[in-house]
Design a protein around this ligand. Sequence first.
Ligand SMILES: [Zn+2]
Length: 458
Amino acid sequence: MNKYFPVIGMEIHVELKTKSKMFCQCSANYFGKEPNSNTCPVCLGMPGALPVPNKQAVEWTVKIGKALNCSINKRTKFDRKHYYYPDLPKGYQISQYDEPIAVKGHLDITLKGKDNTLTEKRFNITRVHLEEDTGKLTHAGEDTLVDFNRSSVPLVEIVTEPDFENADDVKVFLEELHTIIRTLDVSDADMEKGSMRMEPNISLSIYENKEERMKNLPKYKVEVKNINSFNFAKKAIEYELKRQAEILDKGEIPAQETRGYNEDKGITYSQRSKEEAQDYRYFPEPDIPPMEFTDEFIEKVEKTIPELPASRVKRYLTDYQLKYDDAFILTRDTSLSKYYEKLIAELSKEKELDLKKQNLEQAIANVIVNKRIQTNLSHEEFAQKFVKMFAKVEIDESQLHSALEKAIQENPKAITDYKSGKTNAVMALVGSVMREMRGQADAMDVRKRLEQLIQDQA
Ligand SMILES: [Zn+2]
């Protein structure tokens, strides 16, 4: 029996791909630029420089909030979060504290069990807020270099309730969130470039009952910082659960702290004791007035949300009768889904197809998923190849008959082998018939006919 029950929440940071930074005119696309070439007095935190919020970033945060089923706060403001670190020249980060843009949302995730059963599970979103990214430190031997190109790039933070009970669910949730963010077209969410970063916070409870567990959250919490892969998130959580259980077994309580994750060793390590909110001495940003959203504005933003992957999966299952796994694969990328739907429209005009008992939608899905035709072709080229692949063929009976005869005459050894019990020897004959027929015959049927002819000979 389990002694401890995991309590896991997630914080996810997503860099928005706006043209300019959060509070100045510098480009938000800093990747690969010469260090410190993409800065100005505002994002360097010079005294007297005034921040002006990026309207697009605000709209996109509302869009993310709505896509995650949040309610949008009609009044919202920025706050200063104070802490000192060399990548933060102002000594504070402009973030949102008690009036974030979006609150109280949820995301329903489909989980696939070991026996392939599908279940839906809801994970609650606490808040979605907007802030600015910091500069970037690079450690080189004894030196540390700082690059402010990333300083003040718009950053959305998504915080979940401590709803997760295992690392596998976290991984599925993160993958779905990643697909949603990309579908919304508000961020590259490219983890290698650091434009999506994840921080699990993890503790262990003694309460088995979830309601009790949520009411009496553990007295400590360990946060693992800046993870940039779904697999590392899973591994870091699994490592932490084991480490904390060992400490609790000794009758001690794990320290409330922030830890890093060492990818090579697969372990977490202590970085610093975790701050409480009061340590940041939050107060309202005096240089930016609070924002007020009208219903019309919120509705207008909501209308820009395209069909999200989960509803697309459902539509493919009901309208196209696809297998779940195929529907899932085809909906991970909007351009692939659109390509697939265009092919259905194109190919449903074709009458002369022999789809071997599958419906057209499933037949196209199979060809894409099994990479039998490449999807980098134009959809017209794909359709042409598809039509060729599934064309109804009228077999020329006399041609087939002479091909069968010829194969038997030319392969006496294979016939002897077949008759002595090596039944697979017949496949050599099938091969030569198929070559003779240039593929315009059914291999199973050819095999049957050959076997019949050989048996008739005996
Ligand atoms: Zn700037």
